[in-house]
Design a protein around this ligand. Structure first.
Ligand SMILES: *Cc1c(COP(=O)(O)O)cnc(C)c1O
Length: 370
């Protein structure tokens, strides 16, 4: 990681806010339990920092996507469950047992392979059965789940801990698929009546208690993304991104800015360039659409975003702020992840997971959490 002095921008990650967000959700779903989804390096914020902070706050179940993510986290998370959403790849069954990792089983083949491994070695592997209820991405079809329930021998060699499914439209409370999936999940659960159940992601938690079951699985909301589509954000912001101005120029006549000359500014415009570009996850789609702030004053992005640079119109700033070294806030209290995502035509999830490796990362706030 570059030092603060070397880096083009400083990424601030507030572990205290992430812990507070987890506590808020855990409180909201009680008596259900609250897991934490830390796949994709905790949505780009650093699973090695985020996951231990949440474990210290009392989180007992973590979800990742890949077995390699689980193996990397295992030594940092003693005594808690780590579940792998994608399940065991062929020939990787032994890794789950060796590292004490829970497998989410999505297909009859995954069930068969892990169960066979358990029977052959005498080590029953912890597992969660994933039943598809309308997402049509991963999970056992209803008929496959029913066949499994009819032939329990197929589960011997496994230590099945829960049944889960995943919502497709939870961020849209009025969407009819939410109730359809809830009904399908009730039918799937009836096949395995003794198993604890899990359905809700971040937005699913806000659909109401009927969606909570025994365990909820928030990711994005922990990191400050708004779980509601059209309402105020109940979560605390956890990320700031500030880039010091490299250069300021004042154009004395009408000129174009950047690659392709896609923007024209009038004479007298002051332009400030920062060392952040699409290679850092500052999306090229933000060209001529993004905004940022300096001391709360809006500064629009002008021209295309380059690989390593972006240019802002800082004409609205007082002279003492339109200077090299002054930080432009790309993400901060005046410009949320969701607002930046809107400008780039995407969602907060993609902004977070794209956050680059060239930023200096400053972690704070864990000690401040109660
Ligand atoms: C990513 C994921 C989650 C977390 O979703 P958020 O919308 O980030 O809360 C939960 N469950 C599954 C199966 C997922 O893939």
């Amino acid at each position: 990681m570059p030092t603060e002095a070397q880096a083009g921008a400083i990424l601030t990650i507030d572990l205290g806010a992430i812990v507070a967000n987890w506590r808020l959700l855990a409180e909201r779903v009680r008596p259900a339990r609250c897991a934490a989804v830390v796949k994709a390096d905790a949505y780009g914020l650093g699973a090695n920092q985020v996951a231990p902070a949440l474990a210290a706050a009392g989180c007992r179940t973590f979800f990742v996507a890949h077995i390699a993510e689980a193996i990397a986290l295992r030594p940092l998370l003693p005594g808690v469950a780590i579940a792998v959403l994608h399940g065991p790849p062929p020939s990787a069954e032994a890794d789950f047992v060796a590292h004490g990792v829970t497998a989410v089983l999505n297909t009859p083949d995954q069930v068969a392979r892990l169960a066979a491994h358990g029977r052959a070695t005498g080590h029953a592997c912890p597992a969660i059965l994933h039943v598809d209820t309308g997402m049509n991405r991963l999970g056992l079809a209803a008929a496959e789940a029913a066949a499994l329930a009819d032939d329990p021998h197929r589960l011997s060699g496994l230590d099945v801990r829960a049944a889960m499914s995943h919502l497709a439209c939870a961020d849209d409370p009025g969407h009819p698929l939410n109730e359809t999936q809830l009904g399908a999940f009730a039918s799937a659960r009836a096949l395995f009546p003794r198993l604890p159940a899990s359905l809700a992601n971040s937005s699913g938690i806000f659909l109401g208690q009927g969606f909570h079951f025994d365990l909820v699985r928030p990711g994005a909301a922990l990191y400050g993304v708004n779980p509601h589509r059209d309402q105020g954000n109940p979560m605390r912001a956890a990320v700031g991104l500030a880039a010091p101005i490299l250069q300021v120029r004042r154009v004395d006549s009408s000129q174009t800015v950047g690659y392709g000359a896609t923007a024209r500014v009038p004479g007298g415009t002051r332009l400030a360039t920062v060392a952040v570009g699409y290679a850092d996850g500052y999306l090229r789609a933000l060209g001529n659409r993004g905004t940022a702030t300096v001391g709360g004053i809006g500064v629009p992005l002008v021209g295309r975003v380059s690989m390593d640079l972006a240019t802002f119109d800082v004409s609205a700033l007082p002279d003492d702020l339109a200077r090299p070294g002054v930080a432009i806030d790309l993400i901060g209290p005046h410009h949320s992840i969701d607002a930046l995502a809107d400008e780039g035509g995407t969602i907060g999830y993609e902004i977070l997971t794209a956050l680059g490796r060239r930023y200096h990362r400053r972690y704070g706030g864990a000690a401040a959490a109660p």
